[in-house]
Unconditional design. Sequence first.
Length: 329
Amino acid sequence: MPDKAVFLDRDHTLIEDPGYINDPEQVKLLDGVPEALVELKALGYKLVVVSNQPAVAQGIVTEETLDEIHDRLQELLAEKGATLDRIYYCPYHPDGVIAKYRKESDWRKPSPGMLLAAAQDMDIDLGQSWMIGNRDSDIEAGSRAGCRTILLRPSSHPKQADLQPLSAGPKPDYSSVNIKEAVNIIKKCHRLRVDMKNQNQLALENQTQQSIEFEEKPPAPEEPKPQTPPREASIVAAEQQITSEKSEQLLSSILEQLKRMDRAEMFGEFSIMRLLAGIVQILVLFCLLIAIWFLTSPISRGNAVFISLGFAAVLQLMALTFYVMQGRK
């Protein structure tokens, strides 16, 4: 299985940068660097330095002195219990004064050549790796190699212009003020990835267990349907047919009875008693109208009024009698 790595710029990431370093005695570790590297090692990352060194092309330092500088870096880290797995550097620059190194190179950041070479040499999975540096060229190199990136933005930096990101270049995945914070970011992402992996593994195990239980569980036997002997089946069918015929006859009888009742009620409405009651009721209204006329007449006719009201009362009683007799019929 391929390893994962954290790629690190050198100057202003691991060590101080007073300018071009050309003496091993100038190497001084930044605060917290050994402890940060130890923590990254504990997370299972290989630690690889990838550094542009144009001072070689400018004739300020030789490759032999550069090797001594890197040996001194390893010594200082070892004193604190930290180590680097590999150091890659690019000595080339297109404007160099040394003809041997005056050229463009795909190892020179922002090209990802050093990261790709390390991945091939050390069997590194770049998709699980990180690039930490303080320049846009570090971020672009890491992004082009397929790594996640962290840009260091110290609160005090002698060259603040170097920290301004290029608008056209890739943006870092994260930013931090120092390497300690960068390690905390990586640790947090590492925990999230482990938790997600554990959850996926648990879900897969549960699914596998359910599949095994389903396969091992025998299917429930089907309950045998009761079979009816041929003779009994014919008897049951005959009984069902008889029941159906009886139901149809009963419904027909009910419908016929309802029709007869409707006809009886229809003709009952025109009985003699009801007719007489209606005629008498009309006479009652006539008597009442006469009484009202007598009352409104300018000529006083008190007796005629009382006689009319008396007839109206008697006729009303007769109408009620006819209605009662009709109801008892």
